[in-house]
Design a protein around this ligand. Structure first.
Ligand SMILES: Nc1nc2c(c(=O)[nH]1)N=C([C@H](O)[C@H](O)COP(=O)(O)OP(=O)(O)OP(=O)(O)O)CN2
Ligand SMILES: [Zn+2]
Length: 117
């Protein structure tokens, strides 16, 4: 019987953003070191893997991190709240045909958003 498993890898990227509508200090231009957790789920293959951690890393870096790291998120994502950045991550990885089943994005060490397909 084929069993399924979930594989998660963490990433970090640095980016700036501002939320001009926000009543607090987030209206001002500022930056975060975002922590991103990507989970892929699927059958455990004959080689014992769902996806090689190394392949997950290279896919996420080339599809996403390279385009967001050290950028102003407002240039690529409208109104880049953590929720909207996480959904952008999810959509981008689905487009890249990764079997992603969960994205967690930590905007600060204490604040996290989770999205699923
Ligand atoms: N649900 C959300 N709430 C907030 C978001 C968001 O994306 N989703 N974003 C912000 C701001 O961008 C901001 O960067 C976070 O601000 P803040 O809460 O002030 O974070 P701090 O860790 O700096 O908070 P302190 O309490 O000052 O330590 C706001 N809300
Ligand atoms: Zn912020």
């Amino acid at each position: 019987m084929t069993r399924a498993a979930s594989v998660t890898r963490s990433f970090t990227f640095d980016a700036a953003h501002h939320l001009p509508w926000h009543p607090g200090k987030c209206a001002r231009l500022h930056g975060h070191t975002y922590r991103l957790e990507v989970t892929a789920t699927g059958p455990v293959r004959a080689d014992g893997l769902v996806i090689d951690f190394a392949d997950l890393k290279s896919a996420v870096e080339s599809a996403l991190i390279e385009h967001l790291d050290h950028t102003l998120l407002n240039d690529s994502i409208d109104n880049p709240t953590a929720e909207r950045v996480a959904l952008h991550v999810l959509d981008t990885l689905i487009q890249a045909e990764l079997p992603v089943t969960r994205v967690r994005l930590w905007e600060t060490p204490d604040c996290c958003v989770e999205v699923q397909p």
